[in-house]
Write a protein that binds this ligand. Structure first.
Ligand SMILES: Cc1cc2nc3c(=O)[nH]c(=O)nc-3n(C[C@H](O)[C@H](O)[C@H](O)COP(=O)(O)OP(=O)(O)OC[C@H]3O[C@@H](n4cnc5c(N)ncnc54)[C@H](O)[C@@H]3O)c2cc1C
Length: 468
């Protein structure tokens, strides 16, 4: 039966006003419940509704993958920005009481937008933790307490003044998570628990493997590690025409056995100016050494002379400036930049692999061929070994320890609105398949921080434990 157009319009209006009424009542009920369950006053400005013009700017403010801001992706019903811990407790209690899904966002860097987008848990409320970002350092205790909303640059910036820092990942001090010694979380019934109160099993679980499954992290207590006054950094680039394949093969053999004061990762990209002005692949060895240039040249001469590092490649600098350098900022960038976070704001898809045996030259040739097919391919190879290899694979939920030479991240990025998005996604999926024989297998491992939903996801909230 055909509806007259006016009837369609009225039906649409009825549906729209019904959904508007539903979203308004969810919001009103939630705010009322927050008021009833928080010991402290919650200002109305802490809740940003879908009809509020600020919702988009708050939502977009720290969302890193623009793929999840596209109109077709369901947005939060509204955004709640807690100002203190008890607001988070109230949000958890109220979500449970009212049967509403919550998505917590700390930094918003999730590759698949899991902190601010959802195709299965709708409607949902986003809890934006950006205002819970204090950092308290106890120099005598050699620890820092960092709230969940702080970005990684903030505690690192603090290191400028104290010769100590919060670690992220390398062969010398292990992972950031290896250095966590306590935490404060809001558990499922809204109670705040520290390590002693939550017990060792839960404390083990929250240090990896999808923290959101176990509670809301309010704060990490992290052991600080010493950093020297002067460190040395360098970036040496070799293109295919400059023997990149042979040198990369050699790097794979030494990367996990290098001096523990030396970290060398490889950034591999497509570039112009190959043979006859065409395209080529470049491999950039991007390094940090915990001492001066003279010491670095000695270590490199003994362990990786094939790279041909010279004194003029080496930049002696302070620890804090090395953080900016490794993050790719220009050398004149002031350290305060770390306080504002770095936004890449691109549309991208990424994947990862762990590698246990050096990838042979012939396989690298196949990789180059594939990188040359794509517009903006990027792969970053991060060395393992050192302290990473000495920590038991069950110490925390991060099993990629002894036996892993390095980790690969693959990424392709494109512009918002690019009509060939599916072509880019197909490309990286094919690349991932191509690499299968050369990387960890049974099971093929991936890095949880480089979220990749192609590896699987729950189809709905009732997914069984076995299926998960
Ligand atoms: C530009 C860029 C560079 C990166 N570089 C690195 C790198 O060098 N090394 C590395 O290991 N990773 C790196 N990552 C990946 C990054 O570490 C992960 O995406 C990490 O999850 C980001 O933390 P976040 O607080 O920003 O996450 P969010 O996007 O805020 O959240 C990620 C997940 O955790 C949940 N969650 C958020 N806050 C909480 C909380 N307080 N309690 C419980 N659950 C919560 C969310 O709901 C979501 O499921 C990078 C990402 C980007 C975009």
């Amino acid at each position: 039966m055909a509806f007259p157009s006016t009837s369609i319009l009225s039906l649409l209006l009825v549906l729209l006003s019904a959904s508007w009424a539903t979203s308004t009542s969810i919001q009103e009920n939630f705010i009322q419940c927050l008021d009833d369950n928080s010991e402290h006053f919650i200002p109305t400005s802490a809740v940003c509704a879908q009809n509020n013009s600020s919702l988009t700017s708050v939502l977009n403010s720290t969302a890193q993958n623009l793929r999840y801001l596209e109109p077709s992706v369901p947005k939060p019903q509204f955004i709640f920005t807690p100002l203190i811990e008890s607001h988070v407790q109230a949000a958890v209690i109220c979500a449970k009481k009212l049967g509403i899904h919550l998505k917590f966002r700390s930094g918003g860097h999730d590759y698949e937008g899991l902190s601010y987008a959802s195709k299965i848990e709708t409607p949902f409320i986003m809890v934006h933790l950006a205002r819970l970002r204090s950092i308290n350092v106890d120099i005598d205790d050699n620890t820092a307490c960092v709230e969940a909303g702080a970005t990684i640059g903030e505690p690192r910036h603090w290191g400028t003044h104290h010769g100590r820092c919060i670690w992220y990942h390398d062969e010398k001090y292990g992972l950031g998570a290896d250095n966590v010694i306590d935490a404060r979380i809001v558990a499922v019934r809204g109670r705040v628990l520290d390590r002693a109160a939550m017990g060792e099993d839960l404390f083990w679980a929250i240090r990896g493997g999808g923290e959101a499954s176990f509670g809301i992290i309010l704060q990490w207590k992290i052991k600080l590690v010493p950093v020297p006054e002067t460190v040395t950094v360098f970036t040496v680039t070799k293109s295919l025409e400059q023997g990149a394949t042979k040198i990369l093969y050699r790097w794979q053999q030494v990367a996990d056995k290098l001096d523990e004061d030396l970290f060398i990762r490889v950034i591999i990209q497509g570039a112009n100016a190959g043979k006859n002005g065409g395209k080529t692949v470049t491999t950039s060895y991007n390094a940090l050494f915990f001492d001066d240039a003279e010491g670095l040249l000695q270590v490199m001469g003994q362990s990786f002379p094939e790279l041909g590092l010279t004194r003029k490649d080496c930049i002696e600098t302070s620890w804090i400036k090395s953080v900016l350098y490794i993050a790719g900022y220009p050398t004149i960038t002031p350290p305060e930049t770390l306080l504002h976070g770095k936004s890449s704001f691109k549309v991208y898809l990424a994947k990862s692999d762990f590698v246990k045996e050096a990838i042979p030259g012939t396989a690298l040739e196949g990789l180059w061929k594939r990188l040359l097919e794509e517009d903006n391919p990027l792969t970053i190879w991060n060395p393992y070994g050192g302290l990473m290899g000495t920590i038991s694979e069950s110490e925390i939920p991060f099993p990629h320890r002894n036996g892993n030479k390095f980790m690969i991240q693959y990424l392709t990025a494109w512009q918002v609105g690019d009509k060939s998005a599916s072509k880019h996604m197909d490309w990286i999926r094919r690349l991932h398949s191509y690499m299968a024989p050369y990387v960890s297998m049974f099971p093929r491992a991936a890095y949880v921080n480089y979220r990749d939903l192609d590896l699987g996801m729950n189809k709905n909230i009732n997914t069984s434990f076995i299926r998960t």
